[in-house]
Write a protein that binds this ligand. Structure first.
Ligand SMILES: *Cc1c(COP(=O)(O)O)cnc(C)c1O
Length: 425
């Protein structure tokens, strides 16, 4: 089994004439179709809204596309709030789902009227101190602890996650918030990441809906929304079956009708904060093979490195690789595909069977549209790449320029050395 790039070799050759490799390329058509499918899958819920997890792909041009499909922004830092604010989001357009939050960020969130999702019971007092009051609309993040299992498969380990409040704390938090003047409540949980199964959301919904009913009964809180957060995954490996968002939407509807409707809560809005699912498959990292090395293993050295895509180095994550123009050639060579960092984990693939790669070949590294560029860093003084949008009509547009040394040294611009480095007078 294999994966097919959303772009042709010819188009990449054309882009490369004006935008040097490496660069991240995004597929407008794919992003739009997927956003539309998500919207349709949850259209049965009147208040449904996706808050795109900005951290997954913080590019204003891409977020603008998602905004056309009704998406808001899910933020967890000052700069993510600033970006969302600049895109014209305000009030209910922004969900602020942060943790270990600095006071200044709560203050900024309040300034742009974001919905604040509290990560901990102690944040009630912290928020009140930071902004002077408790907002009328407020959300709490829940962590039931234990292991999150589907059948006998362990999906993730919420008991070991730093996020959210325990069950007791959640009930206590609702009572306190109510006393302090909150009137409209939401609950949120993120219990498993990158799930490639249609059952995760329905199971999570069951947990949250049951707790929502109890919260309403025991605290009298007016629960306006349940936020299923992120966690819907994508098939990074070619043999994985992708999620079917329609099946997921129907699965959640069934649980909603079983639990919320009979409890008189058939008006509760559902929110999601998907990141990976929204843009992951619709981005790729394009890099050129610039070296081959035959030592104890066979290596291909690329002009991209872990700075451009950290997931393989950080998690040992699999990202499929297509050697452009050799799609039908036999995968009869075993390579480590590496970047140039002075770090031995700077490898996009280890012991990967690929067609014979020649210097100058273009490699497409798949599924980098979420948590790809965004996780980039500057180790070894390596610079972040450009981002390019492949539009629906087949044309392309640069939507972020590559970093230059000037960007890298910008934090020295208050010292004399800055001018020397850049040879500025
Ligand atoms: C990271 C994150 C998301 C998005 O997660 P994905 O796995 O990309 O869908 C959503 N909500 C919160 C609070 C997050 O931290």
């Amino acid at each position: 089994m294999t994966k097919k790039p959303f772009v042709t070799k010819q188009k990449l050759e054309e882009i490369r004439e004006t935008i040097p490799t490496p660069f991240h390329l995004y597929d407008e058509k794919g992003i739009r179709e997927n956003a539309q499918a998500l919207r349709e899958a949850f259209a049965w819920n009147k208040g449904y809204r996706e808050y795109f997890a900005v951290k997954a792909c913080p590019n204003p041009f891409l977020i603008d596309i998602l905004r056309e499909y009704g998406c808001g922004c899910d933020c967890s830092s000052m700069t993510e709030l600033m970006l969302s604010d600049a895109l014209g989001c305000s009030g209910d357009d922004i969900m602020f789902s942060s943790n270990a939050t600095p006071a200044s960020e709560y203050q900024y969130a309040e300034k742009v009227n974001a919905i604040i999702n509290l990560d901990d019971i102690t944040h009630i007092e912290f928020l009140e101190k930071a902004i002077g009051y408790i907002p009328k609309k407020i959300s709490c993040r829940y962590n039931p602890g234990g292991l999150f299992k589907i059948s006998n498969d362990i999906m993730d380990n919420p008991g070991d996650a730093k996020y959210g409040m325990t069950t007791d704390q959640l009930f206590e938090a609702f009572k306190i918030l109510k006393e302090k003047g909150a009137e409209e409540f939401g609950i949120h949980a993120f219990l498993a990441s990158n799930t490639v199964t249609n059952e995760y959301y329905p199971m999570l919904a069951k947990v949250l809906f049951e707790v929502a009913v109890r919260l309403k009964e025991e605290t009298g809180a007016d629960i306006r929304f349940v936020n299923l957060s992120g966690g819907i995954g994508i098939p990074y490996r070619p043999d994985q079956e992708p999620n079917d968002i329609r099946v997921i939407g129907e699965g959640v509807r069934k649980v909603y009708e079983e639990i919320l409707v009979p409890a008189g809560m058939g008006d509760v809005a559902l929110y999601t904060e998907l990141g990976r699912f929204m843009t992951g498959p619709y981005g790729c990292l394009v890099t050129e093979a610039i070296h081959e090395k035959h030592t104890h293993k066979e290596y291909i050295g690329c002009d991209a490195c872990a700075v451009n895509l950290m997931r393989p180095a950080m998690y040992g994550a699999y990202h499929h690789i297509t050697v452009m123009g050799k799609e039908d050639a036999p995968c009869d060579h075993m390579y480590d595909v590496t970047g140039s960092l002075c770090e031995n984990n700077d490898k996009f693939a280890v012991d990967r069977m690929l067609p014979k790669i020649d210097i100058g070949d273009l490699l497409v590294i798949h599924d980098t549209g979420a948590h790809g560029f965004a996780m980039g860093y500057n180790y070894n003084g390596k610079l972040k790449s450009a981002e390019v949008l492949l539009k629906e009509d087949g044309s392309f547009e640069m939507i972020r320029r590559a970093e230059t040394p000037k960007d890298y040294f910008a934090t020295f611009d208050c010292f004399p050395i800055y001018k020397k480095i850049l040879k500025e007078s």
